[in-house]
Design a protein around this ligand. Structure first.
Ligand SMILES: NC(=O)c1ccc[n+]([C@@H]2O[C@H](COP(=O)([O-])OP(=O)(O)OC[C@H]3O[C@@H](n4cnc5c(N)ncnc54)[C@H](OP(=O)(O)O)[C@@H]3O)[C@@H](O)[C@H]2O)c1
Length: 347
């Protein structure tokens, strides 16, 4: 269905967080979004701008203290941008309100294997619901998203990693074991202050975290394995860098099967029709993705070696922007609606 005249009522749960704030920024300029209920337990009644300075011009908009279920009542679309594990506990009640579409930006519904979930995230109160969610990476799952009513939005590091390897997996020339080296900014850890996101610790620092155990590997391996049609082991070597926004991911592949293929052309063809994923002729700068839903890639090939770089904004293509892209696809709206603003440089 294509229906550009929709006027959607939207609920954003966890709207005082970094992802929630980014959702508000995008949704307020979306041509098909009307009412927005933005919940925050810690800031009820406060103007959005008191928490999100970039929204200070929205002087009449305030946070609601509605419970997740109260906020979902009557909403066409419910976005959950809650802390880890919170979505799964409230999801059955939210689904009972029968919104047209639910998009969870947490990790609660991204996996199909309960043991994997337990390893990385602990117990899940409603794991049986996971199979009813479509994994929301449009570049891999657009046809399923079109008819979805429940979407599990991918993780930010997962999105960047998957985009670096997806065309190789689809062409069945991704080796079973691969590695992505990724650097992320401090906003990836959320608004709550932690030692590792405290400015004096982070501003001029860089360090590896969760070595050989990053939780996003589970969803990366699920998706790439399904696309490749066999099991997949991608290591995502995660680093925290002296950035606020953005992910810079680099995949290095050594595989005999790539010798016979023009891999840069393979990527250009695979992503050619994508409105938000672009293969450039030179390595992308991280700043090109800041504040926008675009992912920029570059591919180099030498013999059996392939090097792929991808940059995204963790809060946009890695979270809120991709969630709105998914909403547009699922509700038959133009895929780029609300996501057409240009980025900025210098910043
Ligand atoms: N940051 C990123 O780059 C990124 C990217 C992709 C996905 N994600 C995922 O998106 C979700 C939100 O991330 P974030 O970075 O925005 O985190 P955040 O800044 O910590 O915000 C989460 C918000 O959720 C609210 N909240 C927490 N527990 C709640 C509960 N039990 N009931 C109701 N509200 C609750 C809190 O607001 P109140 O206390 O005011 O209600 C908090 O501001 C997480 O699941 C995260 O893994 C984050």
């Amino acid at each position: 269905m294509s229906n550009d005249n929709q006027n959607l009522s939207v609920a954003v749960l966890g709207a005082a967080g970094y992802v929630g704030g980014e959702l508000l920024r995008v949704l307020t300029t979306h041509p098909n979004v009307g009412e927005i209920v933005a919940t925050s337990r810690s800031n009820p009644g406060a103007p959005w701008g008191a928490v999100h300075p970039a929204l200070a011009y929205e002087r009449a908009r305030t946070f609601s203290d509605a419970s997740p279920v109260e906020a979902a009542q009557g909403a066409d679309v419910v976005f959950l941008a809650l802390g880890h594990g919170e979505s799964s506990s409230v999801m059955p009640e939210i689904l009972a309100t029968e919104p047209r579409l639910v998009i969870d930006l947490g990790a609660d519904f991204r996996l199909s294997n309960e043991a994997d979930y337990k390893t990385h995230y602990g117990d899940h109160p409603h794991f049986d619901l996971c199979e009813t969610f479509v994994y929301g990476l449009p570049e891999a799952r657009r046809s399923q998203i079109k008819s979805a009513t429940r979407i599990a939005n991918p993780g930010c590091m997962a999105t960047a990693s998957e985009l670096t390897l997806l065309p190789l997996a689809a062409a069945k020339i991704l080796p079973e074991r691969s590695t992505v080296f990724a650097v992320t900014g401090s906003s990836g850890a959320g608004a709550k202050l932690r030692h590792t996101t405290h400015h004096p610790y982070r501003a001029a620092n860089m360090f590896n975290y969760k070595p050989l155990a990053h939780q996003h590997e589970a969803e990366i391996n699920r998706l790439l394995g399904e696309v490749a049609g066999r099991s997949n082991t991608t290591r995502m070597i995660a680093h925290s860098g002296p950035l606020v926004r953005g992910i810079h991911a680099t995949a290095h592949i050594v595989c005999d099967k790539t010798r016979a293929v023009n891999v840069p052309e393979l990527y250009k063809t695979y992503y050619d029709a994508e409105p938000f994923t672009h293969v450039l002729d030179a390595p992308p700068a991280l700043s090109s993705s800041s504040g926008v839903n675009h992912a920029y890639l570059h591919v180099t090939q030498k013999g059996d070696e392939v090097l792929v770089t991808c940059v995204i904004d963790n809060l946009m293509k890695g979270a809120a922007g991709q969630a709105v892209q998914n909403m547009n696809i699922a509700l038959g709206l133009p895929e780029t609606a609300g996501l057409t603003a240009a980025g900025f440089f210098p910043y």
